[in-house]
Structures are given as C-alpha cells and as structure tokens.
Design a protein around this ligand. Structure first.
Ligand SMILES: NCCCCCC(N)=O
Length: 357
C-alpha cells in the first residue's frame, strides 16, 4: 500500500509462479467435477511450460489430484468451497526493494446473501491467508471490504480498470460510496486513477467481472471483448465500454489503445450438461439453454506465454491471431475450456499469480 511503498504489478510483469485450486463440488461442476478436473490438468500443464504451478486441493481429493497432475506441478492441501483462486486468493503487491506482501480482501461468494452463488464461503475466505503463509509474505487483511481479484486489472503504473456492475453491486460493499471504494483500492494497490467501465460480459454470474471483458496487455493498451452483431446484447455493453476507454487517459496521462477480441457465438448449456450438475438449494442452478459468459479475454498471462480458452468456435483461431499480435514476444497456447465456462468462469478466474518481487 501507498503508505508502505507497495504496488500491484501488471499481470504481464515477471512471475515467481501461479496458484490453482482443484474443482470438486458436484453442485457447480457436472459429473462429479471429473470433466472439469481434466480441463484444470490441461490448464496446469499449459502454464507449467512457462512458470511454476502450485495446485491447492482438499485432503479428500489430494491423492487423485496428485495422480492426475504432472510431476512438475506442486500439489498442496488448501481447503476451499470452490476453485476460484483469482477471486478468493491474495492480491500480491511488491515494493522496489524486492519485498512482496499479500492483500487479503474479504470474500463472500460473489455477493453474499444478496446474490451470492453458494453458501457458506468461509473456507474460500481463508485461502488468501494460507497462500501468503506458504509464500512467507506479510499480509494486509480487510475484514470489511469485499473484493474478488477477477473484478480488477491494473497496468502496474497507477491505473486500475473495473466495472460498476460488480464493485457497486449491492452484495459487495453497500455501506461504501463509489469514492470510498476508489480510495481503498488506491491505498492498498498504490493507484492514481481508476477507470470505471459499466458492465461486464452479458449474463456473467459474477456481476460482470472486468477479467472477462477487458484486460491490460501493457500500460496504455487494452484488449476488449467485442462483437459486431448489433442484435446481441453484448454489442451495447462492449460499445459503451469502448467509448469510455477511448475517451479516458490513464494515470500517466496516456490515451488508451483499445483492440477488439471478438467473442465466440453464444454458448448455451446443453440438456446433458445441465443434468450432470447436482441441484442443491442455495447454489446457482445450471439450466439447459442458459447462456454462459464466454469470452477469450479470460486468458492468463504467464512468463513468456498466454494461455487462453478455446470454445470450439470459428473465432478460436481469430482470437489466437489477435492475441499473438498483441503479445508478439509470448507463445500463445489455447486450451479447450468449455468445462470451466460451465462452472461460471474461465482460465483467468482459476489462476492467481505470484509476482517475482
Ligand atoms: N461460479 C463462480 C464463477 C467465478 C468466476 C470467476 C471470475 N474471476 O470471473
């Protein structure tokens, strides 16, 4: 934080490694989470080509996770209520002397008792502390400020992008004004400017996390989820954000270059997929025909690589080309990710990087 000289680095800055949590709850992951576990293994393998991967898993699933994951992936026991470490893990901040600390925001399953996705969430809310203990860093704990890491992106130079849809929603910090929320983010992440987008991807169950609609490639350069189909509700959402971004300047006074990352055709839950998910009172149901928040923007930026979701859509190839153009010095790797999307997120949501302080 500002007073201690720590800042949140951009995801494109060097990493020491990354954390992933193992999926298992059958009321969010179909067929006992087996398809999701295979996909998480593929994501872990893809990232481990670029940086060290640590997977946290419950004791019940420890032997299975250890068996399914390649040897180079480290497997440790971290209890959890579900596997979204982007959102319940620590946000690491670094200072100029190579020191690192973890910001441990309060987590409430994306809206708590207002519009949260499951109950309870106490194990998730302890994940950040456990990861900072493993990483042997100090920790800033905020008991009374709810934030998911997937709802923010920074350029590492004083600018943060987020969405009003999420941070101003009633289930996060209804007791705080927009300005009070801004000041907490500026203090803990050492920021000068916050650019507020309006909404996230259409029908995104996280209340429109920014990590599904816009990401920083580097300071002054953003990729935005886009469609040319004016009949798709996504068009108005993306257009509104495009106008905000192209009319903003960042903390350094730069105009922002906004490149378009075209979304796949709408992805709908099939009957078979819906029937594989346990119906549990209090957990968001997965119903046939529901439109999922599919977006290539939900990719992970690793050391020298980009790992992005594939949807079996004609735009998969177009997304790879757009990403390669944006990241000429990184290897672009696609991983079929429909199984993660069926759980409500994607590759960025299941990762949490540890910066190389
Ligand atoms: N069902 C929970 C989905 C969480 C998605 C996470 C993210 N950062 O968007």
């Amino acid at each position: 934080p500002k007073k201690d000289g720590f800042r949140m680095p951009g995801e494109f800055e060097p990493h020491k490694g990354v954390y992933i949590l193992w999926p298992e709850r059958p009321d969010n992951w179909r067929d006992g989470a087996k398809p999701a576990q295979h996909t998480f293994v593929n994501v872990a393998k893809a990232i481990s080509e670029f940086e060290h991967v640590t997977v946290g898993v419950s004791d019940e699933q420890y032997a299975n996770a250890r068996h399914m994951l390649p040897d180079e992936v480290e497997v440790v026991e971290i209890s959890n209520d579900d596997s979204w470490i982007r959102d319940c893990g620590p946000t690491f901040v670094v200072n100029d002397n190579g020191k690192m600390r973890g910001v441990d925001w309060h987590f409430n399953a994306w809206g708590g008792l207002v519009d949260g996705l499951y109950f309870p969430w106490d194990k998730d809310d302890r994940v950040a502390q456990k990861v900072t203990e493993i990483e042997r860093t100090d920790r800033y704990r905020l008991d009374d400020f709810t934030l998911e890491g997937g709802s923010i992106h920074v350029d590492g130079e004083g600018t943060l992008i987020t969405t009003e849809e999420c941070l101003l929603s009633q289930g996060r910090n209804p007791q705080l004004s927009k300005e009070q929320i801004e000041n907490i983010l500026k203090e803990y992440l050492n920021l000068e400017k916050i650019i507020w987008l309006k909404k996230g991807i259409y029908n995104d169950e996280t209340n429109g996390h920014v990590d599904n609609i816009a990401n920083y490639v580097e300071p002054g350069h953003i990729l935005l989820a886009w469609t040319d189909d004016k009949d798709d509700p996504q068009y108005e959402i993306s257009k509104e954000n495009y106008d905000i971004l192209t009319n903003s300047t960042d903390a350094k006074g730069r105009k922002i270059q906004v490149d378009k990352l075209y979304v796949p055709k709408p992805v709908l839950i099939t009957k078979e997929e819906s029937e594989g998910v346990d119906a549990v009172d209090g957990t968001l149901p997965r119903q046939e025909g529901d439109r999922l928040a599919a977006s290539y923007v939900n990719y992970y930026t690793a050391n020298g690589g980009i790992v992005f979701p594939l949807f079996g859509d004609p735009n998969d190839e177009k997304a790879k080309e757009t990403l390669q153009k944006a990241y000429p010095d990184r290897k672009i790797v696609g991983v079929p990710a429909r199984e993660i999307l069926l759980g409500g997120g994607n590759i960025h949501c299941i990762t949490q990087q540890v910066p190389n302080a």
